[in-house]
Design a protein around this ligand. Structure first.
Ligand SMILES: [Zn+2]
Length: 66
């Protein structure tokens, strides 16, 4: 697997891979997430900063802790 921040829709009947640039990341109050452009499933993310201070996202399984 390469180092790109690619995501996979967690909806098992969808499972479409997305690049970060292909999805809209927003925060609805439970942390960052994107909605799959194909099926609309919520996919939760965790936000990090890399060594250069850039914001990067990593996909998490299910819902993040509340
Ligand atoms: Zn999907």
């Amino acid at each position: 697997m390469s180092e790109t921040e690619s995501f996979v829709c967690r909806n098992q009947s969808c499972g479409t891979p997305w690049e970060q640039s292909e999805v809209v990341i927003k925060n609805e109050g439970q942390g960052p997430l994107f909605r799959c452009p194909l099926c609309g499933a919520r996919n939760y993310l965790e936000q990090f900063e890399d060594d250069e201070g850039n914001v990067v996202y990593e996909q998490v399984d299910g819902k993040p802790f509340l």
